[in-house]
Design a protein around this ligand. Structure first.
Ligand SMILES: Nc1ncnc2c1ncn2[C@@H]1O[C@H](COP(=O)(O)OP(=O)(O)O)[C@@H](O)[C@H]1O
Ligand SMILES: [Mg+2]
Length: 465
């Protein structure tokens, strides 16, 4: 299989060859017409002069090249022409001395056309040593038809055409070579740049994703290709970083409760204890196990979404009902902190979602709103349609989110400084999981701050009727 570069070169050369062949043929053809036309015109001029003289002489032919010097001006008409005068039956009446013993052919077909008053041009291939062009002109001299025939050699014409053909061929070959060489040079430069990119791309492995492809320094297609590939490398690098951090965080989050559990169990086993102490140890152990179970479930949910298994069971859901259900699920937690949960809506809003996952998103948002709000605050959930979007907003009266944290809160295992410092439960996976679910449904989720204080979490999904 030929390389792309070789194929491109061949196509390039073939196109040039065809264009050159067409151009050279056209030039040769028009030159040939011009040179032949010139000879025909010269022959005809001489034949007409001859015919004029014949008409004046009333059919008595002039003897060629023996005429006495007259008073006519000098003419450059060539004398290497063969002249012959025939009657209506083709019998030779007179001919020029240079014909020697030969006679010019006067075929019946030619005679018939002469009788019709036509001028006849013929090319004689087997007359004498050279190909010859013959013109026959009718003339009425003294009421009888005569034919004046003038012949000239085609030798000069053919020599000119031969020389032109050689010239065109040489010029075409030179042009083909120079254009082909220029094309090859250009393609080699282009493909060398591509080869560089390919070789460098081969060397970029999973370990050194921070490397970038060498930029040719131009803004042409190759420059844009390198830019695009480098941007893609940037995204892949970021993706790998996120994945690495996630794995490290996940292992850390799993290890801490496990080592706490182990220490507690080891301590309890060190010596015999009261039943109460065992119960206490078991209760605390159970808490750790619950924490671990929750974490593993969230990690599993994220893994399922990452694997693209979340979109399957989407159906048309009335979001108002979904929100009311979530509020009644979270009510006990709200009541424990004296936080009131309210829905605010003016119409029924529908979207195509998997009800289980969508419920999980609402639980997470409400859980955050409750736990980050001061005691006795109010949490409002707005459900509405904006343009083509079904919008759910969870608005709380808490401290809000720092501006530099607005994007970060959706990162996996991210917990704000106050969440980490205080005793607020959580592992920093709730919003990451919610975002993954919303994205899997073709929607978007964002965080902003409410006025005068409090946080707003906004979920947008494509609305349906
Ligand atoms: N309603 C809110 N008000 C203020 N900060 C919030 C709110 N919701 C989330 N955050 C911030 O975003 C972080 C991540 O939230 P999330 O992913 O749900 O994890 P977690 O609830 O386990 O802390 C929280 O630790 C907190 O800093
Ligand atoms: Mg949370």
């Amino acid at each position: 299989m030929l390389s792309f570069r070789r194929r491109l070169g061949l196509v390039h050369q073939f196109v040039i060859l065809v264009v050159l062949a067409i151009a050279a043929s056209a030039a040769y053809w028009s030159l040939s017409r011009a040179v032949h036309g010139q000879l025909d015109a010269a022959l005809l001029a001489l034949a007409e002069t001859e015919a004029g003289m014949l008409a004046e002489e009333r059919g008595e032919p002039v003897v060629h090249e023996t005429a006495a010097a007259g008073s006519a001006p000098m003419s450059f008409v060539r004398l290497d022409r063969l002249v012959q005068i025939v009657d209506a039956h083709g019998r030779v009446i007179a001919r020029s001395v240079n014909l020697g013993a030969a006679t010019l052919p006067a075929h019946p077909a030619t005679l018939a056309r002469l009788a019709n008053g036509e001028t006849v041009f013929e090319t004689l291939h087997s007359f004498g040593e050279e190909p010859t062009r013959l013109v026959s002109v009718p003339v009425i001299a003294g009421k009888v038809l005569r034919g004046v025939q003038v012949a000239g050699s085609l030798d000069d014409v053919q020599r000119v055409l031969y020389a032109a053909a050689v010239l065109f061929a040489v010029m075409s070959a030179l042009l083909l070579l120079s254009v082909g060489a220029a094309g090859a040079l250009l393609t080699r430069r282009v493909f060398r740049a591509i080869d560089d990119v390919v070789q460098k791309a081969h060397r970029i492995g999973e370990e050194d994703l921070s490397q970038r492809l060498p930029h040719p320094g131009t803004t042409d297609e190759i420059g844009r290709l390198v830019d695009t590939l480098n941007e893609m490398l940037g995204r892949i690098e970021h993706g790998f970083d996120v994945q690495r951090r996630f794995t490290a965080d996940a292992s850390h989050e799993l290890r801490s409760p496990l080592s706490r559990l182990r220490t507690e169990l080891e301590l309890a086993l060190r010596r015999p204890r009261e039943t109460g102490a065992y119960v206490e140890t078991l209760r605390s152990g159970l808490e750790e196990v619950e924490r671990l179970t929750l974490l593993v479930e969230e990690l599993l949910a994220l893994a399922r979404i990452d694997a693209g298994q979340e979109r399957g069971n989407a159906e048309r859901i009335v979001l108002n009902t979904l929100v009311e259900d979530a509020i009644s699920r979270m009510k006990p937690i709200g009541d424990a902190r004296g936080v009131r949960l309210e829905i605010e809506t003016s119409r029924q809003v529908c979207a195509k979602v998997a009800p289980g996952s969508a419920g999980l998103v609402l639980d997470n948002l409400l859980d955050n709103a409750i736990k980050f709000s001061p005691l006795g605050a109010q949490v409002t959930v707005e459900v509405m349609v904006e343009g083509t979007d079904a919008v759910i907003r969870v608005i709380d009266g808490g401290p809000g989110i720092r501006r530099d944290e607005l994007e970060r809160v959706f990162e996996r295992f991210y917990r704000g400084p106050s969440a980490r410092a205080g005793s607020t439960p959580g592992m920093g996976l709730g919003l990451a999981l919610s975002q993954a679910i919303v994205h899997a449904h073709g929607g978007s989720i964002g965080a902003l701050n409410a006025e005068p204080d409090g946080a707003v979490f906004e979920v947008r999904l494509p609305s349906i009727d």
